[in-house]
Design a protein. Structure first.
Length: 74
């Protein structure tokens, strides 16, 4: 067992990620979060969560849009 500590650390890290994903999933039932990133001059890629579902879409970029804008609302 030469990598015992590494395996323990990996297991702990995976457990923390799993718990955080569960917390975010539960949180998404009453909050709306979205992330919009400009992929070109005219296109936005939007990833969001709403009512427990993950949503992916694209939209039109306009001159006032922000790159990497994160929005969270009740």
């Amino acid at each position: 067992m030469t990598y015992r500590k590494l395996r323990i650390a990996w297991s702990v890290a995976c457990g923390i990620v799993a718990v955080l994903l569960c917390v975010l999933w539960v949180r998404s039932h009453w909050r709306h979060d979205s992330l919009a990133v400009a992929v070109s001059r005219s296109t936005l890629l939007v990833v969001g969560s709403d009512r427990g579902a993950l949503k992916l879409g694209r939209g039109h970029n306009f001159p006032g849009a922000l790159d990497g804008h994160w929005e969270s609302a009740f």
